[in-house]
Design a protein around this ligand. Sequence first.
Ligand SMILES: [Zn+2]
Length: 129
Amino acid sequence: MHEYAVVSELINALLPQAETIEGRIVGVILKKGELRILSDQALANAFELLAEGTPFEGARLIVELVSVSVSCSSCGYEGAVDHVSDEVFHFAVPILSCPKCQSKVDVQAGRELFVDRLSVQTPAETDSR
Ligand SMILES: [Zn+2]
């Protein structure tokens, strides 16, 4: 399962930072580009499993979707792209060509996958967010 490997890598990368945090980590906010074909549910399940025995145990993985954004060198268009709905997977698939002139575009956003921030609860406050 691809999600499992991805989450394992994220947790390992975060561990050194997590061990220095005072308080309880209650949430891990993950930014996921639209072009990353990863199931949010599978990511959450993998996180719950892999967090056991780490400072992330009991925390929730919150996935925030980053929309695709492109720039076109032919006509100068910058921004979102059109989507086509995929009947097999039941989600909207971004079309990676210029919505104005159909040229090939450079992807500016939509491929990212990183932990944006951690939500930490310290004894002094009830909610840090
Ligand atoms: Zn264009």
